[in-house]
Write a protein that binds this ligand. Structure first.
Ligand code: SF4
Ligand code: FES
Length: 342
């Protein structure tokens, strides 16, 4: 089927969703996703981050769809024309979606372990507005232990259901879910039952925010101070392909490897994740390639980092000069702004 997204036409198999077709074209046209997670069946359709405009439904029926549609669960039709980054209504609507997702989400990034690799941080930075209009109190819950390895901070949960699908699809028995509905909805084990099975740790990796965190890693380091390294071991439960996160010589965290959309390539077992924290447990392959445009890459993976010129020039020109004789030539800061950017 032929589908055109942001003026780029691509041919895809029948049954492909708009999101999958857009990802095939590339990150410049792919809509953001907060709940959709390709490896998890039935994920998507919860957060509305991926709303797009269909300006022509198909070649047979070229009428536009009256409302914006979620790209992650809408299948393409032959001759469909979709607008994402080039449509004003979509851009405006995303600001509202960010606002809704932040209604109850606390602004605790400075103390949250997910900071630096949080998809909500990225989403609000790229699509949100700088100010808030809400004065209402946010929902607040006590932190909960989900078994020996996972800490649940419900305040941060955006009810994306990814962890629920993970527990359903790759573990032996799901003991948690989203209880209640509407603004009473909350992620819970309900009777505080421990989530403890060989693959439960993957819920931490799929959580887009800091609602599910690794108790063996909490508060050990900011993610951008650690060094990610690809490693493998021969494991009888999972593939054993992981990322080791180093602080100095110490392995402070083990996670699955992720694709350019931040999704786990392979789910790993709890033994690899929580119990193998010595370099000698692993065969080291080399530095991990962080393809997501993220703060994790800062100062380590220069080639992957997109540095918008304007904020750097602006900061360089407006911040007070301080006595600092370190070599800053690598920043490549021009001495004056082009007239158009001033
Ligand atoms: S805990 Fe995380 S993964 Fe689970 S529903 Fe909430 S935000 Fe999604
Ligand atoms: S990513 Fe499509 S609705 Fe959440």
């Amino acid at each position: 089927m032929k589908v055109t997204i942001d003026n780029i036409t691509i041919e895809v198999e029948a049954g492909t969703t708009i999101m999958q077709a857009a990802r095939k074209i590339g990150p410049e046209v792919a809509p953001p996703a907060m709940c959709y997670y390709e490896p998890l069946k039935s994920s998507g359709g919860k957060c509305r981050a991926c709303l797009v405009k269909v300006t022509a439904g198909s070649e047979k029926d070229p009428r536009p769809m009256p409302k914006l549609v979620p790209a992650c669960i809408t299948q393409v039709q032959d001759g469909m024309i979709v607008e994402n980054a080039i449509n004003e209504q979509v851009i405006e609507t995303r600001k509202g979606v960010v606002e809704f997702l932040l209604l109850n989400h606390p602004l605790d990034c400075p103390v949250c372990d997910q900071a630096g690799e949080c998809h909500l941080q990225d989403f609000s930075f790229e699509h949100g507005v700088a100010s808030t209009r809400t004065v209402e109190e946010r929902n607040t819950f006590e932190e909960t232990d989900l078994g020996p390895h996972i800490k649940l901070n419900k305040n941060r949960c955006i009810l994306c259901y990814r962890c629920v699908y993970t527990a359903d699809q790759i573990t032996d028995g799901r003991v948690h879910g989203v209880m209640h509905r509407g603004d009473h909805a909350e992620i819970s084990t309900y009777i505080e039952q421990a989530v403890d099975n060989d693959f439960s740790g993957n819920m931490i990796d799929v959580c887009p925010v800091g609602a599910l965190t690794d108790k063996t890693y909490r508060f050990k380091s900011r993610v951008w101070f650690s060094k990610p390294v690809d490693a493998h071991c021969s494991c009888d439960k999972c593939s054993g392909n992981v990322i080791l996160w180093y602080r100095g010589d110490e392995v402070i965290r083990v996670t699955s490897r992720k694709n350019e959309w931040g999704e786990s390539l392979e789910f790993i077992c709890n033994t690899c994740r929580f119990d193998r924290k010595k370099t000698s447990d692993w065969t080291i392959e080399g530095p991990s390639k962080i393809s997501r445009n993220s703060v994790i890459s800062a100062n380590k993976y220069g080639a992957n980092l997109i540095r918008p010129a304007f904020p750097i020039q602006h900061a360089a020109q407006n911040f007070k000069q301080i006595e600092d004789d370190r070599d800053r030539s690598f920043l490549n800061i021009p001495t004056s702004l082009p007239a158009a950017e001033k």
